[in-house]
Ligand binder design. Structure first.
Ligand SMILES: NC(=O)C1=CN([C@@H]2O[C@H](COP(=O)(O)OP(=O)(O)OC[C@H]3O[C@@H](n4cnc5c(N)ncnc54)[C@H](O)[C@@H]3O)[C@@H](O)[C@H]2O)C=CC1
Ligand SMILES: CC(=O)C(=O)O
Ligand SMILES: [Mg+2]
Length: 594
């Protein structure tokens, strides 16, 4: 007797319809849906026979078709909408990230209904009014998942990339970051939690926009803001005590304070301050090696002194101390930070935000420097780092001057998305006689040197090289907190992850195609550090670290989720429960059929 017959004989017609629907939906939920790869017995068991064409495909064939369709779309936003739907119906989709995620955030309210066409929620949208029911809301969300989430990325949308306060439209960023966790470090897509804390927006055009989907009022003052965030974090921690919390794209005024308040309370880190600090340090380590001058001779000029600028400067200063043999005071004096009012000095006459005070200069002898050109002439930097969101401020003239001052000027225009970058790769190459050492936040196309035909590939200094591995390491080691040493070790691991070939070609970062292997190395370094600092609570991980570096790397790799079709669904089991499969000879993996 077929399953269909069983239903018909035992139930009335109405019950039959309901049961068929239930059985069909059981294989149509996001995480169990195999689409055109659903085997014939499963189609029969779930009453899907005749509802799809006959072909039973492999995951490779599905991937090929999706890729071809993606490439046929000419508009980046259409690509994003397609990928978003693909993600919501089939958790195999790779990168949905900068630059398109920037456009997608700007348009989020306009395209949201199409993104959510599958009915799968993007994540949690939390409002201040929800606080009394937060426990219930988390329970509701948890009910749709097979297990507790391991990582959440939370934003309040107040500083999305370099695009400003986008309110609820910022949800695209936690979603995109968590997609990278899945693609780059093999986090299980069913165990990640994007959160938009929708407390309003100060952007008038959204408040006036009839189609804006967020809470329609201004943001709360600090005396309300901090208690709200504290309550949300406490609820998250009560419900999911082992979950790592990643703060993302909070405005700089709040980013530092939130990190200070909560970093020792919960397993958490701030991606813009610490993740960016680590990724830029990593590229800098490799850049300094190429330049061939000792660390102590470098003079670094930061254009932009927000969460990213100050976070990166602090991370580099730590390296100047640890690897350059400088005292804290000597290290600090190798850095000059510029904000919208010019070089940050103690006697500039304005009240400096707390995060700017550490690097404020006191050696300017009463003189203030307002423009970038003035500061360059005063400082004569070896490196120029852009984290200002001001497009094209590193003009041809600025780059030419840097190339006069240095045989190999280090120029990192790191603002996102690409339209906000302080310069593009072609400008940097053409005005430096191709001598620039370059990395940008969003990838620029390679450049062909006209005279020689040599193809030069620019580096991408984006925290996506750090946070996936750092997060995976934290999930596996379960330390009580993320320390500065773990961040520093993640940066060193990334710097050391270049292959000889990549190093030989002058790359600062590993090729993106190797991101999984690289994330495994970053995760291993994080775990090793957590164990050495006696903060790791996983006994399994402690034993693996004791067994040596190869064992640790194997362990990390074996815990990276892979999309594979296997398990009971393939045999027609009428209730397609998700089961783990063994992908490595040594350990049980967290790979599941989807
Ligand atoms: N590549 C990467 O991995 C990352 C890049 N970013 C990018 O860094 C940028 C900055 O991020 P945050 O520091 O969080 O933002 P922020 O808005 O807090 O900081 C911007 C800084 O630039 C300064 N600035 C603005 N206009 C200026 C002008 N005309 N001249 C000189 N300085 C000016 C501001 O005074 C402020 O200090 C964003 O574009 C963001 O997307 C941020 C994190 C990671
Ligand atoms: C990359 C990133 O985190 C940002 O631009 O904010
Ligand atoms: Mg960010």
């Amino acid at each position: 007797m077929s399953p269909n017959d069983q239903i018909t004989t035992r139930h009335t017609n109405g019950e039959h319809v309901a049961l068929v629907k239930q059985a069909q939906q059981a294989v149509c939920t996001t995480f169990d849906n195999m689409g055109s790869a659903t085997p014939v017995p499963v189609r029969q068991a779930h009453h899907l026979t005749g509802l799809t064409p006959a072909a039973v495909e492999s995951i490779e064939a599905q991937r090929e078709r999706a890729l071809a369709h993606l490439r046929r779309q000419s508009e980046p936003l259409n690509k994003y909408v397609f990928l978003s739907n693909l993600r919501n119906t089939n958790e195999i989709c790779p990168l949905i990230y900068t630059p398109t995620v920037g456009t997608a955030c700007l348009e989020y309210s306009n395209v949201y209904p199409f993104l959510a066409a599958s009915g799968t929620p993007d994540g949690l949208f939390l409002r201040a009014e929800d606080l009394p029911n937060l426990g219930q809301i988390l329970d509701n969300y948890r009910a749709a998942l097979p297990d507790d989430p391991q990582i959440c990325v939370i934003t309040d949308g107040s500083r999305i990339l370099g695009l400003g306060d986008l309110g609820v439209n910022g949800m695209g960023i936690p979603v995109g970051k968590l997609q990278l966790y899945v693609a780059a470090a093999g986090l299980d897509p069913r165990r990640v939690l994007p959160i938009c804390l929708d407390l309003g927006t100060n952007t008038q055009r959204y408040l006036d926009d009839a189609l804006y989907m967020g809470v329609r009022h201004k943001r709360p003052e600090d005396d309300q803001f901090y208690p709200i965030v504290a309550e949300v974090l406490a609820s998250l921690n009560r419900r999911f005590p082992r979950m790592l919390i990643q703060f993302e794209d909070f405005s700089s005024e709040h980013a530092f304070e939130l990190l200070d308040r909560h970093r020792n309370q919960y397993l958490s880190f701030n991606d813009d301050i610490q993740g960016t600090g680590a990724v830029v340090l990593s590229g800098f380590i490799n850049a300094i090696e190429q330049v061939g001058r000792p660390i102590s001779e470098h003079r670094v000029l930061f254009f932009g002194a927000g969460s990213a600028g100050v976070g990166v400067a602090k991370q580099l200063a730590e390296h100047f101390r640890a690897a350059g043999g400088l005292s804290e005071e000597e290290a600090k004096r190798r850095f000059w930070l510029v904000d919208s009012k010019g070089l940050i000095t103690l006697d500039r006459g304005d009240r400096l935000a707390a995060h700017k005070v550490y690097f404020a200069r006191d050696d300017n002898e009463g003189q203030q420097y307002r423009t970038l050109n003035e500061v360059i002439e005063a400082v004569k930097p070896t490196a120029l780092v852009g984290l200002s969101s001001q497009p094209n401020v590193f003009t041809g003239e600025v780059i030419a001057r840097m190339a006069e001052l240095n045989r190999n000027p280090i120029i990192f225009p790191l603002s996102n998305p690409a339209v906000n970058a302080e310069c593009d790769f072609a400008t940097a190459m053409e005005h430096s006689e191709y001598r620039v050492i370059f990395a940008s936040g969003t990838a620029f196309p390679p450049y062909t040197v006209p005279e020689t035909g040599e193809l030069r590939v620019p580096g991408q200094g984006n925290n996506m090289y750090i946070f996936p591995g750092l997060g995976l390491g934290a999930v596996l080691a379960q330390p009580s907190r993320i320390t500065d040493s773990m961040i520093y070790e993640s940066a060193r691991a990334l710097a050391g992850a270049l292959t000889d070939e990549e190093r030989g070609q002058g790359d600062l970062y590993p090729r993106i195609q190797r991101i999984r292997a690289v994330s495994a190395q970053v995760a291993a370094a994080t775990i090793r550090c957590a164990v050495n600092e006696e903060l790791a609570t996983s006994e399994e991980v402690k034993a693996v670290v004791a067994a040596g570096d190869e064992a640790l790397l194997d362990y990390v790799r074996s815990h990276m989720w892979e999309p594979v079709y296997s398990g009971p669904q393939c045999t027609g089991d009428a209730s397609p429960a998700v089961k783990a499969t063994t992908a490595s000879p040594t350990t049980t993996t967290t790979s599941y059929h989807i």
